[in-house]
Design a protein around this ligand. Structure first.
Ligand code: SOE
Length: 414
């Protein structure tokens, strides 16, 4: 691999997202003809032993414990941020200013102020040819990319309704511990920022339109939980177990919580669920739901778009399918048809398996890094940008402001 043909990657964090990104960096060059070969140079985690274990498991050449080490390395061209949201701004801004491209997991940040600082740093870096993107990976589901194409081609006409839900149930058990995702100072918010960010980005991506105002309602059903058992690493550093439960909580005493080692209880200061209405610039109306208490729903990211000429419906739990209703067809035979999005001509699908064999969650990350590598080689700006991530953060912030004001209508700032 010559220096000119490689893209040196340094990844910070190695929990669930670190595992997904590692799989993507390892796989992208084998299924997509990329102009640059990703080189998994170095993984960073705060606990040396667990970082070394993760580096060996996921295929990284070495591991370090200080993310700042990545900024001085000549073999790192891009910093991939897979840590909890409270560290995104510091790491991304420093990496951009050090001349490293950045892939940052979603949500971009925990606050609008942080997101704006990141977007400003990205704009300054872009002027120097240093590029950045935020990891809204569901845009890269073939069925979602097809839905966006159909809307853009006018196949459903004017968008009237968007119905977006993201339903999970992994904390329904009140004894599930107070992990970092349930701590405002680490995660910024609860279901709203974690999975609400995805459904907002998805709705705006598929419709090609932006929300201009929202009215929101949030709830925390379980207001205190057991403190997590002390663990040798802190939140966001553990090797993935392939589920949210794999993100162990950070050491309780590191947050001023009692160092009970899992015997005490702590207050949940984030939302368990958020419901909100929205209006799009083009006049369409939207309803959204992001919850971790939809008992029985594991990762049900769903979007339905109703237009003046037809409708589209997507459910991530059947991610290789897109339902399409063509309202221009003869009413006698019209109906929602199931498009199996696995044909060679469908987005991304031609790089994988024969029709009907299907893709999974991991492939969305492979598509994400494949598109990113192509952009970096071509000198074009990857999407979604940090500015796109800021816009999602503005929506989330407006939902929280609305919920705090009795669901009063809140305009989306800029
Ligand atoms: C929530 O637990 C979560 O891990 C999100 O953080 C991811 O973005 C989503 O892809 C799966 O669920």
């Amino acid at each position: 691999m010559t220096a000119a043909s490689r893209l040196g990657v340094g990844m910070v964090g190695h929990a669930f997202m670190g595992a997904a990104h590692s799989q993507a960096w390892r796989t992208a060059g084998r299924f997509f003809d990329l102009p640059l070969e990703p080189d998994l140079a170095v993984l960073c985690g705060r606990d040396a032993g667990r970082a070394a274990e993760a580096a060996a498991r996921w295929g990284w050449r070495e591991s370090v414990t200080d993310w700042k080490d990545l900024l001085d390395r000549g073999d790192v061209d891009l910093v991939d941020i897979c840590t909890p949201g409270d560290t995104h701004a510091e790491i991304a801004i420093a990496a951009l200013e050090a001349g490293k491209h950045v892939l940052c997991e979603k949500p971009l940040a925990n606050t609008v102020a942080e997101a704006r600082a990141m977007a400003d740093a990205a704009a300054r870096a872009q002027a120097r040819g240093v590029r950045s993107t935020v990891g809204f990976n569901y845009r890269r589901v073939p069925a979602v990319a097809l839905a966006r194409q159909l809307v853009a081609d006018g196949r459903i006409g004017e968008v009237r309704h968007v119905r977006g839900t993201y339903l999970q149930d992994w904390i329904v058990d009140p004894e599930f511990p107070l992990v970092w995702r349930l701590q405002r100072d680490r995660a910024g918010s609860g279901a709203l920022g974690d999975i609400g960010a995805h459904v907002v980005d998805l709705a705006q991506f598929v419709t090609g339109d932006l929300l201009t105002g929202v009215s929101g309602l949030t709830e925390t059903f379980v207001r205190e939980r057991p403190l997590p058992a002390a663990s040798p690493s802190q939140g966001g550093d553990t090797a993935a177990t392939g589920s949210q439960q794999g993100d162990t909580a950070e050491m309780p005493e590191s947050r001023g919580l009692s160092a009970s080692g899992g015997t005490g209880r702590g207050t949940v200061d984030v939302d368990d669920a958020a419901l909100f209405l929205g209006r799009f610039a083009g006049g369409g109306l939207a309803s959204f739901e992001a919850t971790r208490f939809a008992t029985g729903r594991k990762n049900a990211l769903r979007l339905e778009v109703n237009g003046s000429l037809g409708s589209l419906a997507f459910d991530f739990e059947a991610m290789n399918e897109l339902s399409f209703f063509d309202g221009t067809e003869d009413a006698a035979t019209a109906g929602f048809r199931r498009i199996l999005v696995t044909e060679p001509g469908h987005p991304y699908a031609g790089s994988w398996w024969p029709p009907g064999h299907g893709l999974g969650y991991e492939h969305t990350f492979t598509h994400e890094v494949a598109d990113l590598v192509r952009d970096l080689a071509a000198g074009t700006d990857p999407v979604p940008s940090f500015a796109d991530g800021l816009q999602v953060q503005l929506v989330l912030d407006a939902v929280e402001r609305s919920a705090a004001r009795g669901s009063a209508w809140e305009e989306i700032g800029s």
